[in-house]
Design a protein around this ligand. Sequence first.
Ligand SMILES: NC(=O)c1ccc[n+]([C@@H]2O[C@H](COP(=O)([O-])OP(=O)(O)OC[C@H]3O[C@@H](n4cnc5c(N)ncnc54)[C@H](O)[C@@H]3O)[C@@H](O)[C@H]2O)c1
Ligand SMILES: O=C(O)C[C@H](O)C(=O)O
Length: 332
Amino acid sequence: MAKEPVRILVTGAAGQIGYALVPMIARGVVLGPDQPVILHMLDIPPAAEALNGVKMELVDAAFPLLKGVIATTDVVEACTGVNIAIMVGGFPRKEGMERKDVMSKNVSIYKSQASALEKHAAANCKVLVVANPANTNALILKECAPSIPEKNISCLTRLDHNRALGQISERLNVPVCDVKNVIIWGNHSSTQYPDVSHATVKTPSGEKPVPELVADDAWLKGEFITTVQQRGAAIIKARKLSSALSAASSACDHIRDWVLGTPEGTWVSMGVYSDGSYNVPAGLIYSFPVTCRNGEWKIVQGLSIDEFSRKKLDLTAEELSEEKTLAYSCLT
Ligand SMILES: NC(=O)c1ccc[n+]([C@@H]2O[C@H](COP(=O)([O-])OP(=O)(O)OC[C@H]3O[C@@H](n4cnc5c(N)ncnc54)[C@H](O)[C@@H]3O)[C@@H](O)[C@H]2O)c1
Ligand SMILES: O=C(O)C[C@H](O)C(=O)O
């Protein structure tokens, strides 16, 4: 029997990540080749015409799995009945703006979208925040939608995770699919800590630790980390636009693994509500290694954290605490 369609909301759908993301969803990249979807696309009135153009293209592409498209500037219509919400829309920093000004704009957007989701989304709707500052936008959404369980709210650090896999794959000249269990700790910002202490590579003689194969501690603790931390800025410098295809693809990976589960023996990085694991302050949206089963994530426990890593985990937590204070000051 054919499956019921799943309703997926993409906010900021007329933007560049939206344009890369919606065809991936419509093609079954997120939920599989037998799962019909209905796309809900939200943007703001100045982008309404462009949004309608995206809808026209979705119709023109005749995706067999796509059972409907709603393109709207009305947040209630956009949120009604959605099972998954991918929040890409937000206010970008403009010339002459202070950090606080950008935060204040995004706090007000995420506050109103949180209440629309709380009132109108399907029960158990899963939310992924992509728009920057992603961790703190997700935290505001959580604060302003108290009836959405915290286990259903996350932010995207899978792009950073995939970037780390890509760097190791290039360095060792191995297929990226043979590298696993890197970790992104903390904020989706340049204080994030890409950690390969527990990462492995599949070799003909079994799985081998990444640090042993790379055999260059200075590179792993230096250039590797800064390359991943600064990759977003490097893409902006090269493209004069921020990452879009890799962000969209990683958002698909995030939702797919969350809903369908992570492979046995593999973890991924997700920004989730901290419960105090690894002595990360509770109450931050912080990126942790997680495994997913039956639609729920669980923080991987018991990994050893050496002194070098401890400092990096704390540094990015401090930045998130400062962002949280700033965001809360905009709320009141
Ligand atoms: N977490 C990550 O890994 C990651 C990676 C790349 C980009 N990003 C962030 O994702 C966001 C989107 O990037 P982009 O390149 O698609 O930007 P973009 O400017 O091309 O698109 C953003 C879209 O959001 C819309 N928008 C603005 N306010 C809105 C609102 N209140 N409701 C709905 N839509 C609204 C805009 O009209 C625009 O169409 C940015 O904040 C960017 O910094 C995050
Ligand atoms: O938009 C940015 O500042 C960069 C983006 O978050 C990215 O990681 O590519």
